[in-house]
Write a protein that binds this ligand. Structure first.
Ligand SMILES: [Zn+2]
Ligand SMILES: [Zn+2]
Length: 169
């Protein structure tokens, strides 16, 4: 993924939008240990801030995850946004910018890092996934089982209040 910055370099304050997509990035799926289910889409703006070019980046992609609760495969949309400065010189260890050359900013490493950060450590097939019964393995998203009556969190909270009252008495 590359950003041509020939025009934006012409004067300080100049700003340009961009949109770049890629089917994948080298090594990304190995780092994620998950397959991508569509292209990585990025967009944003690059602004000439004088000594550096300021890039605002937003991106999204669809990643195939294994649900941490029920074990089913699901396509999880991940999104990210970040900002970084680029200069035509190599940064030292204390510097907070990245290098570019030949009027091209390369986004691959940055976008890869953002993707790795954007995928949750314990992804869910959906936010309210009920998971599997630990005893019989029934998928509680599809049915209940005999092992455990379905619980309602509101009643659980009430039971907690009652418990505290009892302790006070
Ligand atoms: Zn699930
Ligand atoms: Zn069960």
């Amino acid at each position: 993924m590359e950003l041509g910055v020939h025009d934006v370099r012409k004067w300080v304050g100049r700003e340009e939008p961009f949109a770049v997509a890629a089917a994948s990035l080298p090594g990304l799926e190995d780092r994620l240990e998950l397959p991508l289910r569509g292209p990585i889409q990025t967009s944003g703006r690059v602004r000439n801030a004088g000594t550096s070019l300021l890039v605002e980046l937003e991106g999204s992609a669809l990643v195939q995850i294994v649900c941490a609760r029920c074990g089913s495969l699901a396509d999880l949309p991940v999104t990210f946004s970040d900002m970084a400065q680029f200069r035509e010189e190599q940064p030292g260890p204390e510097d907070d910018w990245f290098a570019y050359e030949n009027e091209i900013i390369r986004l691959d490493a940055w976008v890869s890092d953002e993707m790795v950060l954007a995928v949750p450590l314990a992804p869910l097939c959906r936010p309210d996934c009920r998971g599997l019964c630990p005893q019989c393995g029934a998928d509680w998203n599809e049915r209940t089982c005999e092992c455990q009556a379905p619980t309602d969190d509101r009643w659980g909270a009430l039971a907690g209040f009652r418990g505290r009252d009892d302790e006070r008495d």
